[in-house]
Design a protein around this ligand. Structure first.
Ligand code: SAH
Length: 202
C-alpha cells in the first residue's frame, strides 16, 4: 500500500457526526494521519509492532497502523459514541486489536509505540499533559499531536519524563466545526506532531 492509497482509505472512514466540544474531539485529517503513519512506517516502527492509540476517537491513527501491518493496536477511548463509530470503522480493515472503553488514566498495558492526537487543551488548559505522561509510561517511542504554540510545554514534560524530541512535523489542521463561534466553516490551526524517544541509559 502506498501513502496516497492509505490517505484515500482513511478519508473514507466514518467520522464524528457532531463534535463534542467539551472533549475537544478534533479529529486528525486523513492526509495528515497518512503522512505521520507513513513516516513511522518508514522508520520501521509500525510493522509487527504493538501500538497504543490513546484517545482514539473514531480510530483513524490506530486503523492506519493496522493497515501498515501493526501486530496489535490498543484503542483507548472514553466516549461511547466514538467507540460505536470506531467499531464500524474496524470492520473495514484486518488485524488484531483491543478496544478499551475507559479513561486513559486506567490504561496500564505496555506497547512498542504510542500514536496519539489528544485534546489540545484549548478549553481545559493542559488537557494533553495526562496523555503525554500516560504515553511515556506506555512506550519508549511516542508520536503525539499538539498545538504548535505549546512546543516548550511539551518539551518540558518530555524532559521531566526522560524523553527527547527527535522529529517534528508541522501541519495546518482543518477544524471542521459547526459551532456558532467559529465564523468560517473550516478553520485552521497550526498543529505539530512530535516524535519523542526515551533517553537511553548511559
Ligand atoms: N485520535 C482521534 C481523536 C482525537 S480527539 C483522531 O486523531 O482523530 C481526542 C479524543 O480523546 C476524543 O475522542 C475524546 O473523547 C478522547 N478523550 C479525551 N479525554 C480522554 C480521556 N481522559 N480518556 C480517554 N479518552 C479521552
Amino acid at each position: 500500500m502506498s501513502k496516497s492509497e492509505l490517505a484515500v482509505f482513511l478519508s473514507r472512514l466514518e467520522r464524528f457526526t457532531s463534535s463534542k466540544l467539551k472533549l475537544e474531539q478534533y479529529e486528525t485529517d486523513s492526509e495528515i494521519a497518512a503522512e505521520v503513519l507513513w513516516q513511522a512506517f518508514l522508520m520501521k516502527e509500525i510493522e509487527n509492532r504493538t501500538v497504543a492509540d490513546l484517545g482514539a476517537g473514531t480510530g483513524i491513527l490506530g486503523i492506519a497502523a493496522l493497515k501498515l501491518g501493526a501486530k496489535k493496536v490498543f484503542f483507548v477511548e472514553k466516549d461511547e459514541d466514538a467507540i460505536d463509530i470506531l467499531k464500524r470503522n474496524l470492520k473495514k480493515t484486518k488485524g488484531k486489536y483491543e478496544i478499551i472503553c475507559s479513561d486513559i488514566a486506567d490504561f496500564d498495558k505496555r506497547a512498542d509505540i504510542v500514536i496519539q492526537n489528544p485534546p489540545f487543551g484549548t478549553k481545559t488548559k493542559h488537557a494533553d499533559k495526562p496523555f503525554l505522561e500516560k504515553a511515556f509510561s506506555t512506550a519508549d517511542i511516542v508520536y503525539s499531536f499538539h498545538k504548535e504554540s505549546t512546543e516548550s510545554f511539551i518539551k518540558a514534560i518530555a524532559k521531566d519524563n526522560n524523553f527527547k524530541m527527535t522529529h517534528h512535523w508541522k501541519f495546518d489542521f482543518p477544524l471542521k466545526q459547526s459551532q456558532k463561534f467559529h465564523k468560517k466553516r473550516i478553520q485552521r490551526i497550526q498543529v505539530g506532531c512530535w516524535r519523542l524517544e526515551k533517553n537511553k541509559k548511559t
